[in-house]
Design a protein around this ligand. Structure first.
Ligand code: FE2
Ligand code: FE2
Length: 505
């Protein structure tokens, strides 16, 4: 594969020496950059990538030693090898040069073979060093990224595609000097139709660009030494084994010179065209980061499944509680929606709103124990019957038990008939003795009961129900409700009407 030309900076105040070195090194394929003094040299080092510096000791103003010290004292440039050019006999200069941090020495007059050999050797070491540094940087960058994924991992909100975007964004070349990164990344994901979707990623105008495309191809890649680590360079990729693949890609204007890939049925990633040969190390990096994401996806789907099962069981139990009751339609669903909007209005966090939305649905679960004759009795309940009716709160609490996940549901079952003024049941709690979830459900339940026909009353329209809650009707009075919750309700009464209309049956 094409090697980037090394750039050598020659610093000498004597044009004669510069020309001599140029005549020696340019035919070897090096690019020569010249500087006549230390100041000019520093500005060129800052401006361009420099791979090696040839430095004359004797220069006006800043001499070679000072310049060398300056370069070696700079974190950014200290990896550039410096060769000092001294007079043949100047032993003291060499010692001074070593102290200044120079890697090598050349003596004037130059021995052609020696100059070329030393330059070559130093550049080889520099290349290896650069590779090592870039590997370290890559490892650090990807470890940070992996750590970040885990730290911010929320199984219920895990979005696979945006995680893939994240991986590719970390991996792909963003500026032309990032030659150790791939230019193009292709991603293959199975879809529901037993087929694959392909995405092509490139970094265009400072932005990661993702393009979906159709490609029908059976991928049979030659096995690498380690079957997990798939990486291929130009010699192999231009061969017949890859023709099916590269030929298809050519049709999309994608050339494939080298490639690292991760392949599985769930996700395949192909990183194409690094600016250098690819190695098993590149494949290992890709493998790790992709597998981490696949693991998080599977964890997320397991958590989501468990969460769904939990919600499903809550609904089942809530429905069971209605078995003996008069037909209340979507009452329990509506209660969930009303209470969630109130919770949000009161400034509660999303988690609380979600919990109350789901768990409020079990507020009357204790009615499983209440005889149908009482629940459906058209006339006034006797004292004895009323006593049994009131028991549905504590019975509900007992059914819901002591599991931490049902704490809110239990509090709601126990307190949704308590009143702010202390006139409720079962315990006659008042004010903030009643947990906030109970205070919220109390008003939601009241509004919905007013909207529906009950054995003891007809259905009211929104205006009438609203007026009764706001002003009272003797049976219901505003003092029953937490003033904060009542204010929230008043501001939200339009939303209440909407929810009722939407989930009427
Ligand atoms: Fe109730
Ligand atoms: Fe209810």
């Amino acid at each position: 594969m094409q090697q980037v030309r090394h750039r050598i900076l020659c610093v000498d105040d004597e044009v004669k020496n510069l020309k001599l070195l140029e005549a020696l090194l340019v035919p070897e394929g090096y690019e020569m950059i010249e500087a006549k003094d230390g100041k000019e040299a520093l500005s060129k080092i800052r401006k361009d990538r420099i791979d090696l510096i040839l430095l004359d000791v004797m220069m006006p103003e800043m001499d070679g030693f000072e310049l060398c010290k300056e370069i070696k004292g700079n974190k950014k440039y200290r990896n550039i090898p410096v060769v000092m050019i001294t007079a043949l006999t100047a032993k003291a200069d060499r010692i001074k040069g070593i102290e200044a941090g120079a890697e090598e020495f050349l003596s004037k007059p130059f021995d052609q073979g020696e100059v070329i050999a030393r330059v070559k050797m130093l550049l080889r070491v520099k290349d290896l060093n650069d590779k090592l540094n870039s590997s370290y940087n890559n490892i650090n960058r990807l470890t940070d990224f992996g750590e970040d994924i885990i730290k911010t991992f929320n199984p219920l909100e895990f979005d696979f595609m945006s995680k893939i975007d994240g991986i590719v964004g970390q991996l792909i070349r963003q500026t032309s000097d990032m030659t150790d990164r791939p230019e193009t990344v292709l991603v293959r994901i199975p879809n529901e139709k037993q087929n694959y979707e392909w995405y092509r990623y490139e970094f265009i105008f400072d932005k990661l660009d993702r393009l979906k495309f159709e490609m029908n191809i059976l991928l049979k890649l030659p096995k690498a030494d380690d079957s997990r680590l798939l990486f291929y360079n130009e010699a192999v990729m231009s061969g017949p084994m890859f023709e099916a693949f590269t030929g298809k890609l050519r049709a999309y204007n994608i050339s494939a010179k080298n490639m690292v890939c991760y392949m599985s049925n769930n996700l395949s990633v192909f990183a194409l065209n690094y600016g250098r040969d690819v190695t098993s190390y590149d494949a290992a990096v890709l493998n790790n980061i992709v597998m981490q994401t696949l693991f998080l996806r599977s964890l997320s789907s397991q958590v989501k499944e468990t969460e769904n099962a939990f919600e499903y069981m809550v609904h089942a139990l809530a429905r069971a509680s209605e078995a003996n009751d008069e037909d209340t339609g979507n009452h329990i669903l509506r209660i969930g929606f009303y209470s969630a909007v109130i919770a949000k209005k009161l400034g509660m966090n999303d988690g609380f709103a979600e919990t109350i939305k789901l768990q409020s649905q079990m507020h009357d679960v204790g009615k499983i124990h209440t005889p149908a004759e009482i629940l459906k009795k058209p006339g006034k309940l006797t004292n004895e019957e009323w006593k049994i009716m009131k028991m549905h709160t504590e019975r509900g609490g007992a059914i819901l038990g002591s599991h931490i996940r049902l704490k809110t549901a239990k509090a709601i079952a126990l307190t949704h008939h308590e009143r702010w003024d202390g006139s409720g049941y079962p315990r006659g709690l008042s004010g903030e003795q009643i947990p906030i979830e109970g205070r919220i459900i109390s008003i939601a339940d009241q509004y919905d009961a007013l909207r529906n026909a009950r054995v003891y009353k007809p259905a009211f329209d929104h205006d009438k129900a609203h007026r009764i809650i706001e002003e009272g009707d003797g049976r219901t009075i505003p003092a029953h409700f937490d003033p904060r919750v009542l204010t929230a309700y008043k501001e939200l009464s339009g939303r209440f009407e909407e929810i009722y209309e939407k989930l009427k049956n």
